[in-house]
Design a protein. Structure first.
Length: 41
């Protein structure tokens, strides 16, 4: 479980060069898994 301060922070992280450099390995390891966004009110 991971918590981000807001959806923009998650998007910025996912689009960063650092994340893109490792995303291939991460995606392979998580094949068949789901990410579910939950928003606190």
């Amino acid at each position: 479980m991971v918590r981000y301060p807001n959806s923009r922070a998650l998007l910025q992280m996912a689009q960063s060069e650092e994340y893109q450099a490792i995303s291939g390995n991460r995606s392979s390891g998580l094949e068949g898994q789901m990410n579910i966004a939950v928003f606190e009110s």
